[in-house]
Design a protein around this ligand. Structure first.
Ligand code: AMP
Ligand code: MG
Length: 412
């Protein structure tokens, strides 16, 4: 099904993203995970709080619990007992008395206000207060102030962050139901590739794509099946694709999807499965290929390192998030004043690497990282954003307003 490929020109990024959504299916299987092991997983169910947090009215200050109306005079109040965190005062606070209370201590029955200890003086007859508020309720954290029992705190599709683990623990949740991780098989292709740690011979380079792709996949909590580095040999590539399809939900390759003599990956996919589309009107990342391989989906990333990262992040990652049932995070795009001239020819949407800053006067500015060739991988390392230049636009002058897409959690 190479109709898009045969169409004159390239398909737009937006069209490619829309097509991807049509061709992928979210996974259904769920697993239970211990709370401490759930970071980054996607909730399979909503979470409704089974408790109030806090579970009781309690003091937000160290001081004394009182009845506010009894503070109208200068009279000292005897201390009837103590209420410390985890060691509550039992019974009702006797009239005309106060209770020593510490932060987190339950408010004794009868008390309506906590006076901080800085406004309390010990006298032989009890505690004399030097200041008190006009209305009752001061320095009290009411039951359910943080989370109400029965409230829906997280919806299905929510990605569990570190602070959410704290919140779930605060609700007493010990296990969460999450979608199982996606199984993603990864391999790179290229006769020229060697592995870090090995010596390079003339004309060889290190296989950097597979490491970067695996790192981004582990940020997405995917289960990575690493099939290594495959030479530019059609038979070996077919074998790797067959193994990948057997073991994984998703197959991601790098290299071999261009139009060169040794670019065999797309042809192999065409024989064994279906090339749904390739060649996107973006720079870098044009040769990105999407297809079906048995019951797996296939993303063929270009070999050039920046192209591989940008096309993974712009095309593969959003599709993977849908497959993982993750609620789509908003793209953080803002306008910034460009501080450096940028070269561009009309025709493709460009994702130039930039460094975004906020000046002393609050102006948002962006500068290029320098060389924008798709082999300049260090540009991705120094950047914190893309400068997104629309398909039809030409270059940018200093002072022009440009769209800036801040790097998402995969790249930061
Ligand atoms: P290809 O898409 O296979 O034609 O490769 C395009 C360029 O990317 C070539 O210069 C390759 O040497 C380079 N390249 C391909 N795969 C990788 C990889 N895994 N890591 C780093 N560079 C690569
Ligand atoms: Mg190659």
């Amino acid at each position: 099904m190479l109709d898009h490929c045969n169409a004159p020109g390239l398909i737009s990024l937006e069209k490619a993203q829309a097509l991807l959504q049509k061709h992928i299916t979210p996974i259904k299987e769920t697993v239970d995970r211990a709370l401490a092991e759930s970071l980054g997983f996607i909730l399979a169910d909503s979470v409704v709080s089974p408790v109030n947090v806090p579970s009781h009215d309690n003091a937000s200050m160290d001081g004394y619990a009182v009845r506010l109306t009894e503070l109208a005079s200068e009279q000292a109040l005897p201390v009837a007992g103590e209420s410390f965190a985890g060691k509550p005062f039992t019974g009702t606070m006797p009239e005309g008395c106060c209770v020593r209370i510490m932060t987190g201590g339950c408010i004794p029955e009868g008390a309506d206000t906590v006076i901080m200890q800085e406004y309390a003086r010990k006298t032989p007859k009890g505690i004399q207060f030097t200041q008190w508020p006009d209305a009752a309720g001061a320095s009290i954290r009411p039951m359910g102030d943080d989370i109400q029992c029965g409230a829906c705190i997280f919806k299905q599709g929510h990605k569990i962050k570190a602070q959410d683990i704290g919140l779930l623990a605060a609700m007493g949740v010990s296990t969460v139901s999450v979608f199982r991780p996606l199984k993603v098989a990864v391999f790179s292709t290229g006769d020229e590739l060697r592995q870090p740690g090995e010596a390079l011979r003339y004309g060889e380079i290190y296989d950097s794509n597979r490491f970067a792709i695996k790192a981004m996949l582990s940020k997405m909590n995917s289960e990575v099946i690493d099939l290594g580095c495959i030479p530019d040999d059609p038979q070996r590539i077919r074998e790797a694709l067959a193994q990948a399809n057997e073991q994984a939900d998703v197959v991601i390759t790098s290299g071999g999807v261009s139009v060169g003599e040794s670019d065999y990956t797309r042809d192999a996919l065409d024989e064994m499965g279906e090339v749904t589309f390739w060649k996107i009107a973006i720079k870098p990342g044009k040769p990105f290929t999407f297809g079906k391989l048995g019951d797996s989906v296939f993303f063929g990333l270009p070999g050039n390192p920046v192209s591989a990262l940008v096309s993974f992040q712009q095309l593969a990652a959003p599709a993977l998030r849908v497959m993982m049932n993750m609620t789509t995070p908003p793209v953080r795009e803002i306008q910034a004043t460009c501080q450096t001239p940028l070269k561009k020819h009309p025709g493709r949407k460009e994702f130039q690497r930039g460094i975004c800053e906020i000046t002393d006067t609050g102006q948002i500015t962006v500068s290029t990282t320098g060389g924008q060739c798709s082999g300049i991988l260090h540009s991705m390392g120094v950047a914190d954003c893309y400068i997104v230049l629309p398909e039809d636009n030409g270059g940018v002058h200093v002072g022009d307003s440009v769209a800036v897409q801040l790097f998402d959690e995969l790249l930061s």
